[in-house]
Design a protein around this ligand. Structure first.
Ligand code: FAD
Length: 293
């Protein structure tokens, strides 16, 4: 099935993003949590590549296991960090052999300790180049790219960031998955601006149900995401009560997702962080509400 087929009007596509666990215990727990999430019939499960220092070869192992155990289409993320074009091709060959269905094509962040992204000699500088390489040499892969409702941190302006996003779509991306955000208005305004420049692919909001103040603070600062002050204050007020923080984060995500679905987003991409509880609670509430996906 083509990747954009999951996001046709009248249905809300659903994807979950995992990361490669660092320990055998983490691997076993991951399979258990993915099993719990299968209740919600995801269209695609994706796994990050090299994010936060994770090892790259584990990505293919995670998607292989998920596809084998649950029979769900899978996507490997792939970044240009530290790779020549030939190394990217080697990875794409391995992904093809393993019957990975889709690729989330990214530039990646500079490695720890470096301020600027520097391409490898004979490497790629931007994600649009990776999209172009995959489209011309691996046309069987469906392709997603990243989008930034609040603008990518390195971009000189939202307009230029949007032009760069369009470059990725023009190079052949099928869908755009966004960075996490907590103000739906940021997403709606991004969607309007994408419409205005004729960016005609599904835009999938990235949702991270926050489960604690420390978690959300760390992730938001990594991605440059604005946090609504009242939401932050509510979490701070019960910083010693993990259960209460979880409930506040999940309730916030339920309200956020309900509104997104009411406003007919093409799909939902959950950053599940290898756990099922928060995402399951949000999706169960959505199923009970009038705004079913
Ligand atoms: P690009 O699209 O290349 O953009 C990077 C910057 O360069 C932007 O400021 C853009 O405006 C500018 N730019 C783009 N093209 C051009 C051009 N042709 N000329 C000049 N300027 C240009 N990171 C990981 O390490 N592993 C992952 O698995 C991972 N998964 C992610 C999944 C999603 C859905 C998202 C949204 C992000 C993910 N990231 C991941 C983070 C991502 O790698 C970083 O945000 C990175 O800094 C930018 O990647 P990009 O693909 O958006 O880059």
């Amino acid at each position: 099935m083509k990747l954009d087929d999951y996001y046709q009007s009248g249905r809300t596509g659903l994807s979950f993003e995992l990361f490669p666990p660092k320990t055998p215990a983490g691997e076993a727990a991951l399979i258990k949590h993915v099993g719990a999430l299968m209740e919600f019939h995801p269209d695609v499960i994706t796994c990050t590549y090299g994010a936060g220092g994770s090892t790259q070869d584990k990505t293919l192992e995670v998607v292989r296991q998920v596809k084998q155990k649950f029979g769900v289409p899978v996507a490997s993320h792939l970044t240009c960090v530290g790779s020549t074009k030939q190394q990217l091709r080697d990875y794409l060959d391995a992904a093809s052999q393993q019957r990975v269905d889709y690729i989330v094509a990214l530039r990646g962040d500079p490695p720890h300790g470096e301020k600027e992204f520097r391409p490898m000699p004979d490497g790629l500088s931007h994600a649009n180049e990776l999209v172009a390489l995959i489209r011309s040499e691996y046309p069987h892969f469906g392709l997603a790219v990243g989008g930034y409702p609040e603008m990518h941190q390195e971009a000189p302006s939202p307009e230029i960031d949007l032009e760069n996003l369009k470059r990725k779509v023009d190079a052949g991306a099928d869908i755009v998955i966004t960075q996490l955000f907590y103000n739906n208005e940021d997403f709606f305004s991004f969607r309007d601006r994408c419409d205005k420049i004729g960016l005609a692919v599904p835009l999938i909001p990235g949702i991270l149900p926050a489960t604690s103040y420390s978690q959300i603070q760390r992730l938001a600062s990594l991605c440059g995401t604005n946090l609504p002050p009242r939401f932050v204050q509510a979490l701070v007020d019960c910083e010693d009560d993990a259960e209460r923080q979880f409930k506040i984060g999940v309730d916030y995500a339920i309200a956020q997702v309900n509104e997104l679905v009411q406003q007919q987003v093409a799909g939902l991409h959950f950053y599940v962080l290898n756990k099922s509880q928060a995402t399951s609670a949000v999706l169960a509430a959505l199923e009970r509400s009038e705004t079913k996906r």
